[in-house]
Design a protein around this ligand. Structure first.
Ligand code: DGL
Length: 300
């Protein structure tokens, strides 16, 4: 695969959980990451606001050379993805369809739970996407559930969705592994345990950073479903399609593969404080975060 530039964004450090998976699976990829830290959280913003912010950020990322966009934010994906996909010609991958499809495949009892921001929960995007995934032919790996779907039953559903508004500020403050995180997680997860979910969609990209705490409370039998796992596969398909389109164009122009471009792996931009982003990001990622640039919309 060629060394494509992927533009990725989130309200803050949450999208780093997606970036981590992308770079592990596609080592040749280059990422321009935008964390909208001056305007975090996105969880309670309206659809109109998220469309406006997404449009600004995607335009900026395209200006930085992005050939495909990963919307590494569930709230934006739930509320603004279809509109932004219509406004831009560049491919844009979101979290919802990918996460819902993965949850359908992995559920063992058909009892899926969701934790997410207020906006994502209110949108009902995940429950709709779960029904659509089944209709598109994505079926559970579990044989019993598969058979009952084939017999015309509805064996899989989102049985409980829980908004967790305090999780994002906790992660942004670098407190993902703290006692405070544990107390709050216990409170948020109680209704899911009561609903006897067999799997929980991590419906906000900040939440995988809380995996250890969530696992402690949910126990080993409940599956944590990270949509990023499926987003990576979708991104691979998009990049392969870009490869073959670019190859055709180069062949018709008689050009070479352009493999001599200057080397870099990740470029970080934030709208808020770059030092704070680097400091928190460094506690969350294995690789150190350096050279975070501030992009101030007011300066344009
Ligand atoms: N990480 C984002 C999401 O996946 C945004 C969370 C927020 O800023 O409230 O929804």
């Amino acid at each position: 695969m060629a060394r494509h530039i992927i533009g990725m964004f989130d309200s803050g450090v949450g999208g780093l959980t997606v970036m981590k998976r992308v770079l592990a699976a596609i080592p040749e990829a280059r990422v321009v990451y935008f964390g909208d830290t001056a305007r975090v959280p996105y969880g309670n913003r309206s659809k109109e606001e998220l469309i406006r912010l997404g449009e600004e950020i995607i335009t900026f990322l395209i200006g930085q050379g992005a050939e495909a966009i990963v919307m590494a934010c569930n709230t934006s994906s739930a509320l603004s993805l279809p509109t932004l996909q219509e406004r831009f010609t560049i491919p844009i991958i979101g979290t919802i369809d990918q996460g819902a499809g993965l949850a359908v495949q992995l559920t063992r009892e058909g009892r899926i739970g969701l934790i997410a921001t207020e906006g994502t929960v209110r949108s009902k995007a995940y429950s709709l996407a779960i029904s659509q995934a089944l209709s598109r032919g994505i079926l559970p790996e579990n044989e019993r559930l598969r058979r009952s779907w084939q017999q015309g039953e509805q064996p899989v559903s989102l049985v409980r969705a829980q908004a967790c508004p305090l999780f994002v500020p906790i992660v942004e403050a670098g407190l993902a592994n703290s006692g405070e995180a544990r107390v709050i997680a216990k409170f948020y997860l109680a209704p899911l345990l009561e609903a006897k979910v067999d799997s929980v969609i991590l419906g906000c990209t900040h939440y995988p950073f809380l995996s250890a705490v969530l696992r402690e409370i949910l126990g080993e039998d409940v599956r944590l479903v990270d949509p990023a796992e499926a987003m990576v596969q979708e991104l691979q398909k998009v990049l392969l399609a870009l490869d073959s389109a670019a190859l055709k164009q180069r062949e018709s122009k008689g050009e070479d593969s352009g493999g001599r471009r200057k080397d870099w792996r990740v470029r970080y931009y934030v709208s808020g404080n770059p030092e704070l982003f680097a400091q928190v990001g460094n506690t969350l990622l294995d690789e150190p975060i350096t050279g975070v640039h501030q992009h101030d919309w007011c300066e344009q």
